[in-house]
Design a protein around this ligand. Structure first.
Ligand code: PLP
Length: 228
């Protein structure tokens, strides 16, 4: 029943993705559907995996630390941290995640780099993205666009971090047309810094994000229903 429910929602999301890529002439394969599983159990993650999903986004280090031991039978899953990372949690984050999408300072990058050297899997390379703050008032976290040149350089100087792209979380708006300019702006910034990946777009606005160049869309409620 759980699987049926997720499958039905997945089909709906997939249908929306197909329509969006058709509208802008992109390939479906250029977009990764990331399942955002904050506040959902490891059983939900496993069912989503069994339906073919491979990339999962989690917001809280501690929550995922608790779920991870229960997550057997998902050998090819990739876990991305998409929530804010405190510098005192870098060690455990480097251990738990394949990618951290929310690097927003040189200090955090250097901490993560050191943390990678200390994890049990000794040749760990962590994929990272920079979280960009595109609106002054609304988001607490993220690097302002002016800080990007220096931050990109700082991360590229970290041998255990592989910088692949930019991520953003625009101010909430029901209307995707209000959010679209933020997506376009992030795409422009990524281009300026020769970064290939763009993590942007959520359940209610991922079509606009795809049209503006998203390579990673982050979908929670669209796949799993409301979070309690
Ligand atoms: C929760 C969350 C999402 C997913 O939001 P939905 O509306 O459930 O699709 C995406 N990105 C981030 C950073 C989130 O915290």
């Amino acid at each position: 029943m759980l699987r049926e429910r997720i499958n039905q929602r997945l089909n709906e999301v997939e249908d929306r993705i197909q329509k969006a890529v058709a509208r802008c002439g992109r390939q479906r394969s250029s977009i990764t559907l990331m399942a955002v599983t904050k506040k959902f159990s490891s059983d939900v993650i496993r069912e989503a995996y069994n339906l073919g999903l491979r990339d999962f986004g989690e917001n809280y280090v501690q929550e995922f630390e608790a779920k991870k031991p229960l997550l057997t039978g998902v050998p090819a899953a990739r876990f991305h941290l998409i929530g804010h990372l405190q510098s005192n949690k870098t060690r455990i984050a480097a251990e738990l995640f394949h990618a951290v999408q929310t690097v927003d300072s040189g200090k955090l990058a250097r901490r993560l780099n050191e943390a990678c050297a200390a994890v049990s899997e000794s040749d760990k390379i962590l994929e990272v993205m920079i979280e960009v703050k595109l609106s002054e008032e609304e988001s607490k976290f993220g690097a302002p666009p002016e800080a990007l040149p220096e931050l990109v350089e700082a991360i590229r100087a970290c041998p255990r971090l592989q910088l692949t792209g930019l991520m953003t979380m625009p101010p909430w708006n029901d209307d995707p047309e209000q959010t679209r300019p933020y997506f376009a702006r992030l795409a422009m910034l990524a281009k300026q810094h020769a970064l290939a990946k763009l993590s942007m777009g959520m359940s209610h606005d991922f079509e606009a994000a795809i049209e503006e160049g998203a390579t990673h869309i982050r979908v929670g409620r669209g796949l799993f229903g409301p979070r309690i």
